[in-house]
Design a protein around this ligand. Structure first.
Ligand code: AHM
Ligand code: MG
Length: 332
C-alpha cells in the first residue's frame, strides 16, 4: 500500500508529543502550493510563448514570472492556515504577519519559493525550500525574535525539487523522508524512508569560476579533492540550483561548497531559507553543514535575508574540510 506525505506526517505526529493536527494541516499548505508550482512549471515554456504577445495568456490573465507565481502560491496556501503567525519569503523584503493570537498562530514559515532562478529559463531543475519555526510565546508583536531563532530550533524543514520527477524531502527531527509526486493521483508518495547521506561520496560541487577569490583554505581543499590527495578520486557536478545540488549530495554523498568570495565575503546563500533547512536535513541524514567556522545551525541570525558561506555534505568530506582529515578515514 502507498503512504502519502499527509499520512506520513500524521503518523509522525503521533510520535511527537507536542505536535497537533494543526501541524499536519500547516504542512499540507506547503504540499498544495508546491503542487501548484509544479503544475505551472510543467507548462512554463508553453505559457511563455503565449505570454510573449502582450503579457497576457489565452484566459486573459496577466503572465507571471514563475518565482512570483511560486511566492504567491505559498503565501496564499499558507496564509489560510490559522496556525501561521508569519510568513518570511526570499521574495518579500519584510515578513508577512497575521494578527493571530499566541495560542492560535504558533508557527512561522520561512521559504525560498523558487530556488535556482537562473535555471528557470533553460529548463533545468529548480526547487522550493522551507523551514518551520515555533513562535516564541513571549513574542506578541513584530515576531522578530521568533523569526531570528538559530537553525537548531527548527520544528521542520524540507524542500521540493521540480526535476524529471517532483520530489519532496522533509524532516521534523525524526529522520529524513523522501516522497515522489505521483501525477496520476496528485499525491506525494513515500519512496525513500529514513534517508541517510553516504558517509563519503565521489562528487564535489562548487562554482569553480569563483576559485581565484576564495580564501586560501577552500582553494587548497578543492585542489586536494581534484588531485586525489584526500584518498579518493572525485568528479565535479554543479547545477547552480542549490536545492538540486543538495539533493544529489544527500543521495550520493560528497560535498557542496559556496565559500565566501571577494565580492561577497559574507557568502551568497541565505541563512534562514537556504542554509538552515538544508543543514537540518543534512544533519538528520548523518551529514554536516558549516559556514567554515562553525555549525550552520548554531548561528544566531541578525536579519531575515542574512547571507552565509555554506558548506554541506558527507561526514568524511566535511571533516576533511574542517580539520584536514583524509576522506578515506586516515588520520591527518
Ligand atoms: P536564487 O535563490 O536567487 O536562485 O539564488 C541562489 C542560487 C542557488 O540556488 C545556487 O546554489 C546559487 O545561487 C548559484 O550561484 P552562482 O550562480 O553564483 O554559482
Ligand atoms: Mg535560492
Amino acid at each position: 500500500m502507498i503512504t502519502t506525505v499527509q499520512q506520513h506526517i500524521l503518523q509522525q505526529q503521533q510520535e511527537i508529543s507536542e505536535a497537533s493536527g494543526r501541524f499536519s494541516w500547516l504542512l499540507s499548505g506547503i504540499t498544495l502550493a508546491t503542487k501548484m508550482v509544479e503544475a505551472k512549471i510543467r507548462t512554463a515554456g508553453l505559457s511563455d510563448v503565449l505570454g510573449a504577445f502582450g503579457q497576457t495568456n489565452v484566459q486573459g490573465e496577466q503572465q507571471q514570472k514563475l518565482d512570483v507565481f511560486a511566492n504567491q502560491a505559498l503565501l496564499h496556501c499558507l496564509g489560510l492556515r490559522d496556525s501561521v503567525a508569519a510568513l518570511v519569503s526570499e521574495e518579500d523584503e519584510e515578513p508577512v504577519t497575521f494578527n493571530r493570537s499566541v495560542d492560535t498562530g504558533k508557527y512561522i514559515i520561512v521559504f525560498d519559493p523558487l530556488d535556482g532562478s537562473s535555471n528557470i529559463d533553460v529548463n533545468v531543475n529548480v526547487g522550493t525550500i522551507f523551514s518551520v519555526l515555533r513562535r516564541l510565546p513571549s513574542d506578541t508583536t513584530d515576531l522578530q525574535a521568533s523569526i531570528l531563532q538559530p537553525g537548531y530550533t527548527q520544528v521542520a524543514a524540507g524542500y521540493v525539487v521540480y526535476g524529471p520527477s517532483t520530489v519532496l524531502v522533509y524532516t521534523t527531527g525524526h529522520g529524513v523522508h523522501g516522497f515522489t509526486l505521483d501525477p496520476t493521483i496528485g499525491a506525494f508518495v513515500l519512496t525513500n524512508e529514513n534517508m541517510k547521506m553516504p558517509e563519503h561520496g565521489n562528487y564535489y560541487s562548487v562554482n569553480e569560476a569563483n576559485a581565484a577569490s576564495w580564501p586560501d583554505k577552500y582553494r587548497e581543499y578543492v585542489g586536494k579533492l581534484r588531485s586525489g590527495a584526500l584518498g579518493r578520486q572525485y568528479s565535479s557536478r554543479y547545477i547552480g540550483s542549490l536545492v538540486a545540488d543538495f539533493h544529489r549530495t544527500l543521495l550520493k554523498g560528497g560535498v557542496f561548497l559556496y565559500p565566501p568570495t571577494k565580492d561577497q565575503p559574507g557568502g551568497k546563500l541565505r541563512l534562514l531559507y537556504e542554509a538552515n533547512p538544508l543543514a537540518f536535513i543534512a544533519e538528520q541524514a548523518g551529514g554536516m553543514a558549516s559556514n567554515g567556522n562553525g555549525r550552520i545551525l548554531d548561528i544566531k541570525p541578525e536579519g531575515i535575508h542574512q547571507r552565509t558561506p555554506f558548506m554541506v555534505g558527507s561526514k568524511r568530506e566535511m571533516e576533511a574540510l574542517l580539520d584536514g582529515r583524509a576522506t578515506d578515514g586516515r588520520a591527518k
